[in-house]
Write a protein of this length. Sequence first.
Length: 132
Amino acid sequence: MPADEGGREAPDLERFQELVEEALEEFPEQFLKLIQNVAVIVEEVATPQDAATAGVRNPINLLGLYIGVPFTKWGREWSGHLPDVIKIYRLPILAISRNDAEIRNRVRNVVLHELGHRAGLDEERLRELGVF
């Protein structure tokens, strides 16, 4: 998506990262534990390995990925481990978004979706909650 319907340029990587940070800042205070010890990174598109991990054939169809151990599986032995990782993929989100508002909304939804996985929610439950 080189430009949106209004002819504006799509957000570059730096601006896209800012959108991800804004989505994290909007996260409700009572759930801040979900974003502790997690690295949220932006990549252009998923690697074939990441797509396979998510059960997606074509990497361009993957918007985000959570890699780690959900809170529901944590125990005392998990302290001191490397942070979990949430990857947000810029190009797939841009490809399905028509304008700035849609990009912002999709980024927010993908961030919330991946944080839902960190909380231990599966795809079915996330769909029920409307975070897909």
